[in-house]
Design a protein around this ligand. Structure first.
Ligand code: BG6
Length: 469
C-alpha cells in the first residue's frame, strides 16, 4: 500500500446511479475485505443527498448483492465521503477538492453517461484534481460510433494523457475471459490446431433470458450492437484469436489484441440480422415505434494469415431461452471416416462457457463399448468456480488504482472495434420481431447455414451429448 504510484483516493461520479448500486458498492466492500482499499472513497452525484443517504444506499446495494460483511462495511463507511452537485458547476469540484484533502493521485471513476465525460474532465482539471499521477476510469459505451469515439478521446485527452485513461470493459476483467488467454498460451496442444487449417468455425453466443430490466431509456440509445457486440464480444473474440503477445508487459498484450481487431473486416449489411423481442415497445422509456435491436447476429471475417476463410458467428440477445455466454471453436472433421462417418454435429469442439458457470470443455469421441467399431461422444471438461475468483469490477478497479492497464481497452482497439460495426449501426438493416423465449428471429439461421446452423448452448449444468444429425 505504500506504493508511491498507487492512487491515494477513489472518486466515483454517478454515485447514486444504477451502476454504483449494482457493481461499485459490492466491489468496494470486497476490496476493503481483501485489504486492497484503504484510501478515501468519494461519491459524487447530483441527487440532493447527504453522506448518510449515500451510506443507506450503499448498505441496500450490499444487502441486495453480496451481503454485508459487518467488519468490511464499518471500514468502508469510514472511508466514504459524498459530494452533491451539478457536474457543470465549479462549486462541485471545489467541494471535491476539499474532500480530497491531501490526496495527490486520485482515481476518478466516471460511472456516468459519455456525454458528461468532457464536462467532468474539465471540472477536474480546473480544480487541480487531474494533475500528473491522477487517473480516470471511463465506462462503456465509449462513443456511439467511430466518429464520436474519436471525438470523445480528443476531449478526454485534453485533460488526461492516454496512460492515465482506463476504459472499462468488464468482460476483460472476467476470470473466464482471462482464462481463454491463459488456456491458449499455456497448453502446447492448442496452438497447432488454432487456425484455419484445423478450425471449421468460431461461434460466440451471449444469451440473456431477461429483457431490458427497466433500462429502456439507456437501451434505446444503445441496442445490442452498441451494448455488447462492439465491446464485450469483439474484445472476447480478440482474446480468443490474437497472436501471442511479444512480451510480458501490458502494452505487448494490448498491441497483439489491437492488431487482431484491426484485421477484422468491417461488417456489411449482408453480415447482420437484427431482431427485437415482441413486447419491447411496452418497456418504460421505449418509443412505441422503436427499431432498436434487442438481438443481433453477425458473421464476421478475420483477414489474417491465421484465420483467413474461417467463419466467425456472434449473436447476442435479450429474452432468449436462457442466460448463458459461450464460445465454441469447432474443429474440422477427420479427412476420412476410418471406422464410422463423423457427422458435422459430431466434430470436436472446444466449448468455453464464460457464464453463469465457468467451464472449459472439449467435445471428443471415443469407441462405444461393445463389439463394433462405432463411437460415442465424450466430454473432457473442467469446471472452474473458485472462492479466489475476483469479480470483474473489483479486479478492474484494483488494477486501475495500481496503474495496471493490461485488462483495459486502449484507444486504438476501441476505435478499431467501432470501425468493424460502424456500417451496420442504427437502421442500416431491418429489424425482425421474435417471440420472447426463442433463439431470436429465424432470419438469423441463414447466417449460420454455411456452418450447419447455430450451436445452441446446452442447458446450464447439462453435459453435452450428440446433437441430432
Ligand atoms: C452490460 C450490458 O455491459 O453487460 C448489459 O449493458 C448486459 O445489457 C451485461 O446485461 C451482461 O454482463 P454479464 O457480466 O452479466 O454477462
Amino acid at each position: 500500500m505504500s506504493d508511491p504510484t498507487r492512487s491515494d483516493a477513489l472518486v466515483f461520479f454517478g454515485a447514486t446511479g444504477d451502476l454504483a448500486y449494482k457493481q461499485v458498492f459490492p466491489a468496494l466492500q470486497s476490496m476493503v475485505k481483501h485489504g486492497t482499499l484503504d484510501v478515501p472513497v468519494i461519491g459524487v452525484a447530483k441527487a440532493g443527498w447527504d453522506l448518510d443517504q449515500l451510506k443507506v444506499r450503499a448498505r441496500d446495494s450490499l444487502t441486495a448483492h453480496d451481503g454485508i460483511d459487518e467488519h468490511a462495511w464499518t471500514k468502508l463507511a469510514e472511508l466514504l465521503r459524498y459530494v452533491d452537485g451539478d457536474y457543470g458547476d465549479p462549486a462541485t469540484f471545489k467541494a471535491l477538492e476539499e474532500q480530497l484533502g491531501g490526496a495527490k493521485r486520485p482515481l476518478h471513476y466516471l460511472a456516468i453517461p459519455p456525454s458528461l465525460f468532457g464536462t467532468v474532465a474539465e471540472g477536474l482539471a480546473s480544480a487541480g484534481a487531474a494533475e500528473p499521477g491522477s487517473r480516470v476510469v471511463v465506462e462503456k459505451p465509449f462513443g456511439r460510433d467511430l466518429a464520436s469515439a474519436r471525438e470523445l478521446n480528443r476531449i478526454i485527452h485534453r485533460t488526461f494523457p492516454e496512460e492515465a485513461i482506463f476504459r472499462i470493459d468488464h468482460y476483460l476483467g472476467k476470470e473466464a475471459v482471462q482464462n481463454l488467454l491463459y488456456f491458449r498460451f499455456a497448453n502446447t496442444f492448442v496452438e497447432p490446431v488454432w487456425g484455419r487449417d484445423h478450425v471449421e468455425s468460431i461461434e460466440i453466443t451471449m444469451a440473456e433470458s431477461f429483457g431490458v430490466k427497466g433500462r429502456g431509456k439507456f437501451y434505446e440509445e444503445a441496442g445490442a450492437i452498441r451494448d455488447v457486440l462492439q465491446n464485450h464480444l469483439i474484445q472476447t473474440l480478440a482474446v480468443l484469436t490474437m497472436e501471442p503477445p511479444s512480451g510480458h508487459d501490458a502494452e505487448s498484450l494490448r498491441d497483439a489484441k489491437a492488431a487482431l481487431i484491426r484485421s477484422m473486416r468491417p461488417l456489411s449489411k449482408d453480415d447482420v440480422v437484427r431482431g427485437q423481442f415482441k413486447g419491447y415497445h411496452d418497456e418504460d422509456g421505449v418509443a412505441p415505434d422503436s427499431t432498436v435491436e434487442t438481438y443481433a447476429a453477425v458473421r464476421l471475417a478475420i483477414d489474417s494469415w491465421r484465420w483467413a476463410g474461417v467463419p466467425v458467428l456472434i449473436r447476442a440477445g435479450k429474452e432468449l431461452p436462457e442466460t448463458v455466454t459461450e464460445v465454441v471453436v469447432e474443429l474440422k472433421r477427420p479427412p476420412l471416416g476410418v471406422f464410422d462417418d463423423i457427422r458435422p454435429s459430431q466434430a470436436n469442439r472446444f466449448r468455453f462457457r464464460l457464464g453463469p458457470e465457468v467451464t472449459i470443455a472439449i467435445e471428443a469421441r471415443a469407441k462405444a463399448p461393445g463389439g463394433g467399431m462405432s463411437g460415442e461422444p465424450v466430454l473432457l471438461q473442467v469446471m472452474h468456480h473458485s472462492p479466489k475468483d475476483l469479480p470483474p469490477y473489483e479486479r478492474l478497479l484494483g488494477d486501475a488504482m495500481k496503474g495496471d492497464a493490461t485488462l483495459f481497452a486502449r484507444q486504438d482497439s476501441v476505435e478499431a472495434t467501432w470501425a468493424v460495426v460502424d456500417p451496420i449501426l442504427d437502421d442500416a438493416t431491418p429489424v425482425f420481431p421474435y417471440e420472447p423465449g426463442t433463439w431470436g428471429p429465424s432470419e438469423a439461421d441463414d447466417l449460420a447455414q454455411p456452418v450447419h446452423g447455430w450451436n445452441d448452448p446446452p442447458p446450464t449444468g447439462a453435459s453435452t451429448g450428440d446433437a441430432p444429425a
